[in-house]
Design a binder for this molecule. Sequence first.
Ligand SMILES: Nc1ncnc2c1ncn2[C@@H]1O[C@H](COP(=O)(O)OP(=O)(O)OP(=O)(O)O)[C@@H](O)[C@H]1O
Ligand SMILES: [Mg+2]
Length: 273
Amino acid sequence: MTAPIISVRSLDVHYGSVTALHDVSFDIAPNEITGLIGASGSGKSTFLRSLNRMLDHLPTVRMGGTITIGGENILHEKTDVVRLRRRVGMVFQNPTPFPKSVFDNVAYGLEIQGIRNPRKSFLSLTRLRIQHQELEASDDPIDQAVVRSLKEAALWEEVKHRLHHSAYRLSGGQQQRLCIARAIAIRPDILLLDEPCSSLDPLSTRCIEQLLLGLKKDYTILIVTHNLQQARRIADHVGFFHTGELVEFGTAKEIFGGPGKTLTREYVEGAFG
Ligand SMILES: Nc1ncnc2c1ncn2[C@@H]1O[C@H](COP(=O)(O)OP(=O)(O)OP(=O)(O)O)[C@@H](O)[C@H]1O
Ligand SMILES: [Mg+2]
């Protein structure tokens, strides 16, 4: 295995008296898609949220162990969480665009990272009816990042004529790709996706899967999914969680073809979950 980008060692997460994760240890290779599977309540979302310290705001959470990302233990109290979240982006189960235009949804992530548009705001530009060709030729860093992200998220062709429309006017699948565009606009190293296709139809799901397969050359991707076929189709490695423990971690071929543990076999064969 190439040097891991993420190393998890003896990770424990408790919500008050509830143990959500216990003694989880494994390594994640860069530029791979890692699928996280397991029954409801097994700790998948807790694991994903631990990776960019999204549990910090919960007063009862206690975490133990280490998560090393790029050589730094991100659970350390001195971790710069804002910088961490720049490296580790997140996409949620339901598409969560902001009540803004398509353009502004993608630009927003950059603006909160302190990259300001030195020109007039895009809104005033839309009143002038800027054409997508002008935007593509723009040397403004925000314009460039928005165009690049929408292209990387395989959404550009579908939205380039309506960049100033509300994001709510897009379909669910388009909204989810917009959220992916927003997440990758700041060029994170790692992209976390928590059941990103669970509210989407099969065609939109396929579109996101193709997109993720293309994105893994530039990003390390972790995806939680209840859709075992999806994990089989796109994941390089798969981790199977059960009641807060990582029961087994292996290549997708191993996990779906001949897992080492009986519990894993029962789960992937549909015996429970
Ligand atoms: N904010 C919270 N407060 C208390 N307990 C929580 C909280 N969030 C999760 N839990 C508990 O932690 C355990 C793991 O939950 P988690 O959401 O990580 O599971 P999951 O595998 O993502 O489940 P699902 O497939 O249903 O999304 C469960 O027992 C859950 O009830
Ligand atoms: Mg979950």
